[in-house]
Design a protein around this ligand. Structure first.
Ligand code: ZN
Ligand code: ZN
Length: 302
């Protein structure tokens, strides 16, 4: 599982910082999460292939989370994209984007699907053989969802040094990886556990931005491999966090601790702060495994 942070600052773009956008690679698929201004440039800078993006998830309709979307859709058109693009968004974006395309007389030449969201309960958005995605309803000034990405358990791993001890035709490897015993030509049975090892434990990723401190999400994100949680403010501005329905680094850490997550990644910092290390320090008073997102940072989780 790999997370590429394209932008992780609140509110306005600046010379060296971008509003929210990130790319998650999980279960062999690539997902774009939020699409603030500058997303296209950062995709290029980070060498993410545009054609691999088939699903875009937008948390809410504040500009720092989706103002890059129409630009990206327009670029896909100019690149002669043919494959489907699915956009999961709060109700309203379809109207905004289609109006922009209409006024520019620039309809897409590829199938564009809007999946408009309005539910206040978790909803499954995507569920295939390798991964599922569901909404995490959050509490912010407007209707907002986080997203929970869950990898499914993979096949068992062939222990090739053991397999090669027997005369097993390669056509049976697939079945063995699925858990079958091997039957040799002379009728002997080799138990599966002798030939395979456990698959890697499935990974999961919870993206929670923007939101006030909202313990209701803990049950849903319990034990995730990685939690990305917004931390817009430091403790000195806790009252601002309350009035703007954002979180402090400490509050993000409380959620991480209660949910027993593997790693907490902080982001969505207010641009008023120069020194991000204070976010880490304040979170670490509560929870031990804290990483700071920053634009252009790539995290790999094994
Ligand atoms: Zn925001
Ligand atoms: Zn917001």
């Amino acid at each position: 599982m790999k997370l590429t942070v394209l932008g992780c600052y609140a509110a306005t773009p600046r010379t060296f910082t971008n509003p929210t956008s990130q790319v998650l690679e999980i279960g062999g698929q690539l997902f774009l999460i939020d699409c603030g201004e500058g997303t296209q440039v950062e995709l290029r800078r980070n060498k993410v292939k545009f054609s691999r993006i088939k699903h875009v998830f937008i948390s809410h309709l504040h500009g720092d989370h989706f103002y890059g979307l129409v630009g990206l859709v327009s670029t896909f058109r100019l690149l002669n994209r043919e494959s489907e693009l699915h956009i999961y968004v709060p109700k309203g974006i379809k109207e905004i984007i289609t109006l922009q395309l209409k006024l520019a007389n620039s309809w897409t030449n590829f199938p564009l699907f809007f999946h408009e969201l309005g539910s206040r309960s978790p909803q499954i958005l995507l569920d295939d053989k390798k991964v599922s995605v569901e909404t995490i309803p959050l509490d912010h000034r407007i209707y907002t969802n986080g997203f929970l990405f869950k990898e499914k358990a993979g096949d068992r791993k062939l222990l090739m040094d053991k397999v090669l001890n027997y005369d097993i035709d390669v056509v049976y490897y697939r079945g063995i990886k699925k858990g079958k015993d091997a039957v040799l030509d002379d009728g002997r049975v080799v138990p599966n556990k002798e030939l395979t090892g456990d698959p890697d434990p499935p990974k999961s990723y919870a993206f929670c931005s923007d939101t006030k401190y909202y313990p209701e999400i803990i049950r849903q994100i319990k034990g995730v491999t990685v939690l990305y949680h917004e931390a817009t403010f430091l403790e000195e501005h806790a009252s601002l966090a309350g009035s703007t329905k954002h979180s402090t680094a400490r509050e993000a850490a409380l959620i991480a601790k209660e949910a027993g997550v593997g790693t907490l990644v902080l982001g969505h910092y207010s641009t008023r702060y120069e020194n991000l290390s204070l976010f880490q320090a304040q979170a670490e008073e509560v929870f031990g495994r804290v990483l700071l997102a920053d634009d252009g940072k790539i995290f790999s989780f094994r």
